[in-house]
Design a protein around this ligand. Structure first.
Ligand SMILES: Cc1ncc(COP(=O)(O)O)c(C=O)c1O
Length: 385
């Protein structure tokens, strides 16, 4: 099926030029049906719904994510977001021993950077590296955990995960991969990469909306690690209400309390489409469209911040133009949805349902806004998204 045929499944594409899929992917119409189904089950099945699928949703939905990211069945569980998932991973480790270093990359997403910085209060030694090559160099026997990004949020650069995993395992450290900016747009196989943990969310390329983060734990590690950030879903027999903790087998021991059921209903509509199409054809199209964006930016004389090398380029192209904050606001008023990041400029992230015409139109509009000075009335305005 021609990928453009999927456009009609996303209502917002009728009204906007939607190029912000690295931030909030378009909502599939089917998500609304799933949420209605959730309400129907709640209304008609009531308490029985827990036993009819709600309780196990963090695992069943996790298995669907597993099929997209190359994780075996039973190795992925769902959480509210990436930060919570990473906090559970961190809670497995005592940071007061000899091996207490957390080595991460400066361009990691701020939320997880804050979480890793905060581990200093538990005895962690935090080492920050400028890039992926710097991470490889910094790893030694003092390293406990290496939280890295597969694709950087700021400029869409793919990181050399293989080199980091190789070195980390040589020195006995564990790698925690943040695949938020890759899952659904760049092929990812967590088992083949041999990462120890992987996390991601659903808001972006998976088009699953907020509230459905995922955590993969390497199966052999899931058998022996004991998270201290834990709850009754992680118990071997949660409904026995036993007074003492006994961990569940495998990845479910990385769960906490009552699952985020409504978000899990909503999220699967986006996952279904990614599974149906497959990430490889999405990547093929994305590479062609990001190439087109780069060519259009070059022709317009705009500075491109994202990698030109396709092997290093994720789904987003950053374009630095003068007064990009004000240009972004004017684009928004014209129904062209993208965003910007400080030090990066405008971020344009087409997904499988965007047409080449939309990319040409967005670039033409940026040029026109700059030429006519239409951005000037927005100078000084503060934008938050
Ligand atoms: C690479 C990356 N990690 C994490 C997040 C978000 O983390 P959380 O799910 O904790 O909000 C984002 C974007 O929102 C991101 O781009």
């Amino acid at each position: 099926m021609e990928l453009l045929a999927y456009r009609e499944r996303f209502p917002i594409l009728r009204e906007t030029t939607y190029l912000i899929n690295h931030s909030l992917g378009a909502m599939p119409a089917a998500a609304e049906e799933r949420l209605a189904e959730y309400a129907r089950v709640w209304a008609t099945r009531g308490i029985r719904a827990w036993g009819e699928g709600w309780w196990t949703m963090p695992m069943t939905v996790g298995d669907q994510i597993g099929r997209i990211v190359g994780a075996p069945p039973g190795s992925v569980v769902m959480h509210q977001n990436v930060t919570v998932a990473e906090a559970i991973v961190l809670s497995c480790f005592d940071l007061r021993g000899e091996r207490n270093r957390i080595v991460y990359e400066e361009p990691n997403f701020p939320s997880v950077r804050y979480l890793h910085q905060a581990q200093a209060a538990r005895g962690g030694e935090i080492v920050v590296c400028p890039d992926d090559a710097g991470v490889v160099e910094a790893l030694d026997e003092r390293t406990l955990l290496v939280p890295i990004s597969h694709v950087l949020f700021r400029n869409g650069e793919i990181q050399d995960v293989e080199a980091i995993v190789r070195r980390a395992h040589e020195v006995g450290a564990l790698v925690l991969l943040d695949a938020y900016q890759s899952a659904g747009i760049v092929p990812l196989d967590v088992a083949a990469l041999d990462v120890d943990f992987a996390v991601g969310g659903s808001v972006k390329w998976l088009c699953g909306g907020p509230g459905a983060g995922w955590l993969y734990v390497r199966p052999d590690l899931a058998e022996r690690l004991e998270p201290t950030y834990v709850g009754w879903q992680a118990h071997a027999r949660p409904f026995a209400f036993e007074p003492e903790l006994e961990y569940a087998e495998g990845a479910p021991r990385f769960l906490t309390g009552t699952p985020n059921v409504s978000a899990l209903y909503a999220a699967t509509a986006g996952y279904d489409l990614i599974e149906e199409i497959g990430v490889e054809p999405i990547r093929e199209r994305s590479l062609r469209q990001t190439e087109l964006l780069i060519r259009l930016a070059d022709e317009a004389g705009f500075e491109v911040g994202s990698p030109r090398d396709p092997a290093r380029r994720g789904g987003t192209v950053t374009v630095r133009v003068p007064e990009f904050e004000a240009v972004h606001r004017e684009l928004g008023e014209r129904g062209i949805l993208c965003d910007f990041r400080p030090d990066a400029g405008l971020r344009l992230g087409p997904h499988y349902y965007n047409s080449d015409e939309e990319l040409v139109f967005a670039m033409e509009q940026i040029a026109e806004i700059l030429e006519t000075g239409a951005y000037e009335r927005h100078l000084g305005a503060v934008a938050r998204f």
